[in-house]
Design a protein around this ligand. Structure first.
Ligand SMILES: Nc1ncnc2c1ncn2[C@@H]1O[C@H](COP(=O)(O)OP(=O)(O)O)[C@@H](O)[C@H]1O
Ligand SMILES: [Mg+2]
Length: 246
């Protein structure tokens, strides 16, 4: 596997996105991406030829109504699923040429995920939840805990390290999930409806955190059906019935 896949992005001194210039390579390059689900006798074309470039430092919102194909796009961009046709280059590397193991490795190293439903491990402390992705990278226990603690402190949860998800508010749980997404220092954060289960204040906090991460150089792709949430991104694309529309 090429080692160019994911150099960490250079933080821009002004918090502006890196421009697509010279030798720069898009973080995400989708060409004609199609995903057809076959469920026995039914076929659903969830994506029908999507072209998309996302450049380092971008903060993109993918916007569309329920059922339009957003989560399918997120799964493909996040290497959790593969297109049935078309090509996807992640940091310049054609994903279709990677084995499932390589794909899992790239995913773990390069991408942080944030989901609507937080997806934290139940009956497990915030610290252990955040430390878990580092386990798969062979980081020592001591360093895992130090980095998890630092990530939680960065998100204002330094006094909640030993709390389990059921002992935290929704907004706090989502901040734990964001700490878990960023503890591996991914070049890309993919957030699928991250404010969907939150009250407006907690939702605004999450958006603010995404902005701070973006200003520090992380590329953000935010998936939402909510136009008000999408407004906060630097750039929007709209998806309808599996196609990007203007
Ligand atoms: N695993 C699946 N099997 C069959 N159809 C699916 C599957 N996942 C999604 N779909 C269908 O694909 C379309 C897009 O779904 P999805 O990507 O989840 O949309 P969104 O996230 O925008 O709500 C929908 O019609 C949905 O019913
Ligand atoms: Mg969805």
């Amino acid at each position: 596997m090429s080692e160019t896949v994911f150099a960490p992005p250079e933080p821009s001194p002004f918090g502006l996105p890196a421009q697509p210039a010279g030798s720069a390579v898009p973080v995400i390059e989708l060409r004609g991406v199609t995903r057809i689900y076959s469920t026995g006798r039914l076929e659903v074309a969830a994506l029908r030829g999507v072209d998309l470039d996302v450049w380092p430092g971008d903060f993109l919102a993918i916007v569309g109504p329920s059922g339009s194909g957003k989560s399918t796009m997120m799964n493909i961009i996040g290497c959790l699923d593969r297109p049935t046709a078309g090509s996807y280059r992640l940091g310049g590397t054609p994903v279709e040429q990677l084995s499932d193991d390589d794909l899992a490795r790239v995913r773990g190293r390069a991408i942080g995920f944030v989901f609507q439903s937080f997806n934290l491990l139940p009956r497990t402390s915030a610290l252990e939840n955040v430390a878990t992705p580092l386990l798969y990278q062979g980081v020592s226990r001591k360093e895992r805990h130090a980095r998890a603690q630092a990530a939680l402190e960065r998100l204002g949860l330094g006094d909640r390290l030993e709390h389990e998800p059921s002992e935290l508010s929704g907004g706090q749980q989502q901040r734990v999930a964001i700490a878990r997404a960023l503890v591996t220092e991914p070049a890309l954060i993919l957030a699928d409806e991250p404010t969907g289960n939150l009250d407006s204040t907690s939702g605004a906090d999450v958006i603010k955190i995404l902005h701070e991460l973006n200003a520090a150089g992380t590329t953000i792709v935010l998936i939402t059906h909510d136009l008000d949430v999408a407004e906060h991104a630097r750039r929007q694309v709209h998806v309808r019935d599996g196609l990007l529309v203007q």
